[in-house]
Design a protein around this ligand. Sequence first.
Ligand code: FDA
Length: 389
Amino acid sequence: MDVRTLVLGAGAAGMMCAAHAGSDVLIVDHAKAPGEKIRISGGGRCNFTNMGVEPERFLSRNPHFAKSALTRYTQWDFLGLVQKHGIAWHEKTLGQLFCDGKATQIIEMLRAEMGNARLWLSTSVDEVTHDGARFRVRLTREGRTVEVTAHNLVLATGGLSIPKMGATGLAYRIARQFGHVLVETRPGLVPFTFSGAVLERLQALAGVATPARISAGGTAFDEALLFTHRGLSGPAVLQASSYWTEGEAVALDLDPRGTLLEALKAARSREGRKAPATHLAAHLPQRLAGALIPDGVPSRLADCSDAVLEGIVGGIREWRLTPAGTEGYRTAEVTLGGIGTEGLSSKTMESRHLPGLFAIGEAVDVTGWLGGYNFQWAWSSGWAAGTAI
Ligand code: FDA
């Protein structure tokens, strides 16, 4: 069978590309349904984009690479599509846009946009070659081998995150086969794990959530922090994890508004007979407040000198912890690294090594922040490749 364009992977990027790639498109996926990550995303409501999309909110070895696609197919373009399909949406916090209803509406929208493109599900990709003029791709569909030849081949099989949902390194393997360099991959937007005495301390706080500023690798995020039985999670931690390198400490500021010291000093003159932890609990969850008072602190706030209060608040604002690791690809929302951008055109996502080969979405070394940024990259890069085809 011969097609003009074969897209490997019917996820966010692949479907967006298929919708814009003109006629004679075949899109294949080994899953039973397209867009499975869209379906489960955003707690089932799909955080489909973010009002604050800016290239600085994406990680890549080349920080300029994502600019072209992101500025030519923007969050407003995708929102326009959502509105055209009558999908109700709302803004949550930090510019995050979600469906009012189910995430499956986004999948249905993309399927409708794909028009006459053929979609083959439960189809595995066995071999890909190029004969000098066309790609030859051997597939297994319903137990039978099918050979497809294609003028264009789009790699849209995503990254390694959540292997249980069918994530594989297929795009990386094919890209490498055709001479592309890969940037080392690692899990991103993922909880931290700890060991030993630090873990014991964190475990005692499991279930506590609080606003925090978390810094890793020189970047800080102000969002919620969650203590867990294995370490730290919550949006602030997931964001910081993408900037963290193994062995490095992360810095926690549990008073991100910076008002605690003055509040404690004021409380000391007002109600000095109470314990410091009692006053702290007015600003932090009670269990956390109790755990953050160092040994040897006077039992009455009135007896705490400025230096003692500064010591308490200092520990709360500069808590440095070194994670043992992360939860890994098992729970990571995204994969950092991937197909190196130097081998791709930022305008079309086409290979610089082999014309007709394209790579889009999470498979490429572009990773967004938490909050709709990764889907926007999938839409923008899928659009860039699709309209170039
Ligand atoms: P994606 O993974 O979507 O699609 C790849 C497709 O290729 C899949 O359909 C897969 O089955 C197929 N495939 C893989 N290997 C194959 C093989 N060997 N043969 C055939 N097919 C193969 N982002 C965001 O912006 N907002 C959000 O709310 C969320 N929420 C979220 C929740 C959870 C739990 C996860 C894990 C991730 C998110 N994300 C997110 C991230 C977002 O889901 C992700 O960045 C995009 O889905 C990436 O789109 P792609 O199309 O590149 O890959």
